[in-house]
Design a protein around this ligand. Structure first.
Ligand code: ADP
Ligand code: MG
Length: 259
């Protein structure tokens, strides 16, 4: 069975545009050019994976998109989307229950208290954490904490989800399950997702498109369209084939830079 995504639920929004963006940390001889005239357009509702070695500027790019860092040159346009972020560390408030972590995100968005409990329950159900709302984060496994972090990002009514190696610290089996769930949630929503990873298979498992970034300075060196039916499996033949092709390209890139 191939899953197809239903048509857009809400009003049409333009693409996410990253236009000729540069970012340098520090100045003088110690300056590090993290991104160098990088341009990228992400279609509405697209699932894009940014792939590249450690230090190539992936997190910098996400932070620029989120408006957390100032851009030195160029511009980003997120089309007025509401942004949700998920990091490698779940970053939940440890003194709040899982339910209250999600509730807080809605409270900050001004959602009235009478509808919040049912929305919290709905989000817990969506990420398969029903029954865990009263637990504190430390009582949950790493995978469950990441589900809670995802629910909290969704509670902000995010329509652009920026994910920075969110499953990097999880074991392979837990990661597999979260891939399945993220794909399911994305298919049933209007979400546009930018997912950062250094794992080639993960990028192909998830993305409509895999964008390969080079290091020092960060640029787009290649793009691969992952035209593979969903739901996907990380160990399926088409995923393995495209991952091998991308790995070859990645090796070439590493050789070119002499390391
Ligand atoms: P990635 O997420 O791909 O590993 P980053 O965006 O974190 O890469 O970093 C890109 C480059 O910028 C790296 O060389 C890193 O050391 C440098 N860098 C990142 N953040 C800072 C900072 N706050 N100050 C100085 N250098 C930084
Ligand atoms: Mg990073």
């Amino acid at each position: 069975m191939t899953l197809t995504r239903p048509p857009r639920l809400g009003a049409l929004v333009g693409p996410v545009k990253i236009d000729d963006v540069s970012k340098t940390y520090g100045d003088g001889r110690s300056a590090i050019i993290a991104l160098d005239h990088l341009s990228l357009e992400i279609a509405d509702r697209e699932f894009v994976c940014l792939l590249g070695a450690s230090g190539c500027g992936k997190s910098t790019l996400l932070n620029l998109l989120a408006g957390i860092y100032r851009i030195d040159h160029g511009a980003v346009d997120t089309g007025g989307r509401r942004i949700g972020m998920v990091f490698q560390e779940p970053a939940l408030f440890p003194w709040l229950t899982v339910g209250d972590n999600i509730d807080l995100a809605m409270r900050l968005r001004g959602v009235p208290s009478r509808v919040r409990p049912s929305e919290v329950a709905e989000l817990l159900r969506l990420v398969h954490l029903e029954g865990f709302g009263q637990r504190r984060p430390h009582e949950l496994s790493g995978g469950m904490q990441q589900r809670a972090a995802l629910a909290r990002a969704l509670a902000q009514h995010a329509d652009l989800l920026l994910m920075d190696e969110p499953f990097g610290a999880l074991d392979a089996m837990t990661r597999d399950r979260l891939h399945d769930e993220l794909e399911r949630i994305w298919l049933g929503s209007d979400l546009t997702i930018v997912f950062v990873t250094h794992n080639v298979r993960e990028a192909v498992r998830l993305g409509d498109r895999v964008v390969l970034l080079s290091s020092r300075p960060g640029r787009v060196v290649a793009e691969f369209s992952a035209d593979i039916a969903r739901p996907r499996r990380i160990d399926s033949e088409p995923v393995a084939r495209l991952a091998a092709e991308i790995t070859d390209r990645l090796r070439e890139e590493v050789r070119r830079h002499g390391r």
